[in-house]
Ligand binder design. Structure first.
Ligand code: FEO
Ligand code: CA
Ligand code: CA
Length: 701
């Protein structure tokens, strides 16, 4: 349980650090502030607690609260019933699904998108150049877009589609014939080229072959790879800023590459959003690089003095590699070197999957941080569009973007991106101790941010602005998900260690000191308006091994639904919440997993008390009826990325970094080859898989 989440990561992996030195309250402090006010325990429920959460109970019943202006009246959701047998814990090197379901491998590392490139060799023989046309590594967030026969977006089509898949990172050990090498202090350019091309995004045409099974269409005109070397436009308030100028684009309106593409989003007009998460570690910064005017910004984002940059990509000769070094080498401004290059990363990037010739756009209005995902609120005609975003590093924040333009469903296609994603307001979340919360605007219209010269500076230094307005520090915000009918928003908080979580005032009532298994928070916007600036929240679910004491296993999880470190999170159209784990704390018992849940709504639970007087406020315990394990992955993987065909009959998920702890000479997984071949000796590969029900029915319910 005390195992570091990334203890099993390759040495070159950079853990998302706590780079937040601000004195803002941590979410734990708020829970603690609530708890320390509960002194008298009566029959398992403190009198103070009952008073505190009375307004939640009232609102859940459709009543009103006199002390909580954020409380809307929301009727209970109608829940679908889960209808499958839970998958047990597993340490096997295969994907396990419930009885009556089958698994297929759709698109694995190295699979060629076009004709002319050989199939994956399994020995690292592929050229780096060929990965510009092959599946990259570390499949992560993804989205399925139905495809009409005329090549346009068809939201309800299931038998033909375009899949966009993020390739977040690499398992470097398996990409080369004998692992990575360094010669006289420099990485061979050919190896770097392969690693760069294994990052980014795949766009891939899919079709149904037999029944509900999917296959990709090799040589489709829509197939495309975007990599850490592709060209990206930069739009929005920060485009053209002096701080965005580089030797590559002196106008500050373009850059080369997207990197560490983690979770995702999509737009109502049919484009894909890919999110740049732990990009800071890829850049080199000299140990002596302390005098620059933007040192505070670099430090806050984790581009630290003395770091050589992940994988040594700046070490070969030439501009293509030099761009990973943030040093100032020219006497003039940033247009003559790459001192500003890190400012061109950390954005949400919009891709048009239906036009392979289009240039994707980094949308600066949505802020710059460790973007995990970007989930749209349910769009309402005539109201602004809203997108929810987590910043995944320890003690970071939760954000939302509200478009200036009101939504019109008549807007379709790529041009809508400029309409809705270049102008709007970025907000950061404050969670109050009384169960309400507020969204604080990060713009020059907020007097608290008068120290910023422009909105461009606020967006480039989003974290610094959020520090100033007193945003609430969270336990590593990962994916956000929006309930399809009631619009409530869920966010995974993957975990927090006792070393970085503040311990002050926690002795008597801290619900989860050393929150190594994580939890899920949810909120309801005031008056059911996604663009509201007030909300009401609770803790939907706490991760925990089932064997933990009730004082820690606060959601009463069992062997059939216990989990640790929630990460991927997505609601399907029927209101089933899919929860994926990226865990290092429960992996001696089970590999990472996918669970299906049917949540209620904010306020459907209440207060609990447990061992030693520990108390908190949370949603109703799910029980196995409303939370059940659907899938367990192979060895040393994480489950991430999820999509479903609109008819709910084909589920797609990503198996990322199976066998990540091994080396080219000592493999620790053979998946996916091991799925049908127990004696496999193949190298492991990240892959997109699809799951179908053997009777042809809908998945999960
Ligand atoms: Fe890329 Fe926060 O997981
Ligand atoms: Ca993630
Ligand atoms: Ca992850």
């Amino acid at each position: 349980m005390s195992k570091n989440r990334y203890a099993h990561k390759p040495e070159t992996y950079t853990e998302p650090d706590d780079d937040n030195p601000s004195a803002n309250f941590h979410f734990t402090d708020i829970l603690n502030a609530r708890l320390t006010r509960r002194q008298t325990v009566i029959g398992g429920l403190s009198a103070t607690t009952a008073a505190l959460f009375g307004s939640f109970s009232l609102s859940a019943c459709g009543g009103s609260s006199s002390d909580n202006p954020a409380t809307p009246a929301t009727p209970p959701v109608t829940k679908a019933a889960l209808n499958f047998s839970a998958v047990g814990h597993s340490l096997d090197d295969i994907v396990k699904v419930p009885a009556g379901y089958s698994v297929g491998v759709l698109y694995a590392l190295g699979d060629p998108q076009q004709f002319g490139d050989a199939s994956w060799s399994g020995n690292g023989a592929e050229t780096g150049e060929s990965y510009d046309r092959r599946a990259g590594d570390h499949h992560d967030g993804m989205h399925f877009f139905g495809l009409a026969d005329d090549g346009t977006y068809a939201a309800s089509r299931s038998d033909r589609g375009v899949l966009c898949v993020n390739h977040e990172n690499i398992t470097q050990a398996y990409l080369h014939a004998a692992g990575p090498t360094t010669v006289a202090g420099a990485r061979p350019a050919a190896e770097v080229d392969k690693e760069v091309n294994c990052h980014g995004v795949s766009v891939l045409e899919l079709k149904r072959a037999t029944g509900n099974a999917l296959q990709y269409v090799r040589a489709s005109r829509l197939n495309r790879r975007l990599t850490a070397a592709s060209r990206f436009a930069i739009e929005g308030p920060a485009a053209g800023s002096a701080r965005m100028k580089t030797l590559y684009a002196a106008d500050g309106a373009a850059t080369r590459g997207t990197v560490n593409n983690c979770a995702n989003g999509y737009t109502p007009w049919g484009t894909y959003l890919t999110c740049e998460e732990n990009w800071a570690g890829y850049f080199k910064r000299a140990a002596t690089d302390t005098a620059r005017t933007d040192a505070k910004s670099l430090d806050r984002y984790g581009v630290k003095t003395g770091q050589s940059g992940n994988y040594g990509w700046s070490t070969p000769e030439g501009d293509l590699y030099r761009r990973w070094d943030t040093s100032s080498t020219a006497a003039v401004d940033g247009s003559a070197d790459y001192r500003n290059i890190a400012n061109t990363f950390g954005w949400v990037v919009e891709i048009d999957p239906f036009d392979p010739a289009s240039t994707p756009v980094k949308r600066t209005a949505l802020g710059r941080f460790g973007h995990e995902g970007c989930q749209p609120a349910n769009p309402v005609e005539g109201q602004p569009l809203v997108f929810y975003m987590g910043d995944d590093s320890r003690n970071e924040y939760i954000y939302k973007f509200v478009s200036k333009a009101p939504w019109s469903a008549a807007d379709k296609g790529r041009a809508a991106g400029a309409t809705y994603l270049n102008e709007g307001t970025l907000y950061v979340a404050k969670f109050n101790a009384d169960g309400t919360g507020s969204w604080v605007a990060l713009s020059t219209s907020n007097p608290a941010l008068a120290s910023f010269a422009s909105d461009a500076d606020i967006l480039i230094d989003t974290r610094l602005a959020a520090d100033i307005v007193g945003a609430t520090k969270m336990d590593r915000p990962e994916w956000t998900a929006v309930h399809p009918t009631n619009g409530e928003v869920y966010v995974t908080l993957t975990n927090g260690t006792s070393a970085v979580r503040p311990q002050s005032a926690t002795d008597a009532a801290n619900p989860r000191p050393g929150n190594v298994n994580g939890h899920i928070v949810r909120w309801r916007e005031a008056n059911s308006r996604a663009d509201a600036t007030q909300f009401q929240w609770d803790v939907y679910l706490f991760g925990s091994p089932s064997a933990e004491a009730p004082g820690y296993n606060l959601s009463a999880l069992t062997d059939n639904n216990d989990f640790s470190s929630p990460d991927g999170l997505w609601f399907d159209s029927r209101g089933v919440l899919w929860i994926e784990t990226d865990d290092g704390a429960y992996t001696s018992t089970t590999n990472c997993m996918l669970l299906a849940a049917t949540p209620g709504q904010v306020g459907d639970g209440g207060a609990i008390t447990a061992g030693g007087g520990t108390a908190t406020f949370k949603g109703a315990n799910p029980g196995e009826q409303n939370l059940r394990r659907f899938l367990v992955g192979p060895k040393e993987c994480e489950l991430t990325g999820i999509a479903m065909t609109p008819d709910n009959k084909t589920l797609m998920v990503n198996i990322q970094h199976p066998g990540e702890g091994g080396t080219a000479s000592k493999l620790t997984s053979h998946w996916p080859d091991s799925q049908g071949n127990a004696a496999s000796t193949a190298r492991p590969r990240s892959a997109t898989i699809f799951i179908t029900k053997d009777d042809g029915g809908a998945i999960g319910i």
